[in-house]
Design a protein around this ligand. Structure first.
Ligand SMILES: [Zn+2]
Length: 279
């Protein structure tokens, strides 16, 4: 087997865009924005280790923080699209999904002057029909599929043969699915690309998971949100334990851990892995 490759990705959204918190779209404009500060912290860490990644930026954020989008691009990272209003894709009608995605793609292309090729669905909530619409809108890849057996929020693709150990799947000519890695332990499949497991479990154990994953698939994809290295964000105590786990666990140690990860692996952006150019 060839030497594995490692992909770094960021979902650029604010702390209050998380599905785990009891806030709605209408509350967002009145909440304290921390996304620029947190993303700049992330950018500094990546610069320190000379890592370039793919940044899936939420349109709602890009509209308010145009300079942040330009700074991410200026530092050499790939700009990609995380939709506009962070809705779960399977809850939207086809036309709602198309409008939301097109609005975000057009905005990012207007800000950067480049073509946006990559898309990631909010909470990995991808569907078959969304793939068709992404192709219609001119995307070159989606990176939203996490092939776990069960998760209450993740989406699914039923129209395609998905090998759980495939990292990059060509769904159509010129269109790829870049999957989120899963660590298979017996009958359990753990979404290992980032989130609570990365922040909570001992780092050596997280690395054992990565090692095991790249024995079976050619690459490992990591994802993080700027809020995950922000232990000072507002705290909501009244949310169910699963939401608290997903949102708050390990926030204090995540930044140190991220430094270790960036030191230990030579990460690259998705476009480089796919060998496609963002013009
Ligand atoms: Zn998101």
């Amino acid at each position: 087997m060839q030497t594995p490759s490692f992909i770094f990705s960021v979902d650029v959204e604010d702390w209050f865009h998380s599905e785990n918190l009891p806030v709605t779209y209408h509350d967002w404009p009145n909440l304290e924005s921390r996304v620029t500060r947190n993303t700049e912290k992330l950018l500094s860490i990546l610069d320190k280790y000379q890592i370039k990644g793919t940044f899936f930026i939420l349109g709602w954020v890009a509209q308010r923080e145009r300079n942040l989008v330009l700074e991410i691009k200026a530092r050499g990272h790939e700009i990609a699209c995380h939709g506009f209003n962070h809705q779960l894709v399977y809850r939207l009608s086809e036309s709602e999904f198309k409008d939301d995605t097109k609005k975000a793609k057009d905005l990012l292309e207007d800000i950067t002057g480049g073509k946006i090729l990559g898309y990631r669905a909010s909470n990995f909530s991808i569907t078959d029909r969304a793939i068709d619409i992404l192709r219609e809108l001119g995307f070159g890849y989606d990176s939203s599929l996490c092939p776990v057996f069960y998760h209450d929020r993740y989406g699914k693709l039923n129209n395609y043969q998905i090998d759980p150990n495939a990292d990059v799947i060509q769904l159509h000519p010129g269109f790829w699915e870049v999957t989120i890695p899963v660590w298979q332990i017996g009958k359990y499949s753990l979404p290992w690309g980032g989130g609570g497991y990365f922040r909570l479990l001992p780092y050596p154990l997280y690395k054992i998971g990565i090692k095991s994953i790249v024995k079976k698939r050619p690459s490992f994809l990591f994802y993080i949100h700027p809020r995950e290295i922000d232990p000072g964000q507002p705290y909501f105590a009244q949310i169910p334990w699963m939401g608290r786990f997903r949102h708050y666990v390990g926030l204090k140690q995540a930044e140190t851990r991220l430094n270790h990860l960036c030191k230990d692996y030579k990460f690259q952006p998705i476009k480089e892995k796919l060998g496609i150019m963002q013009v």
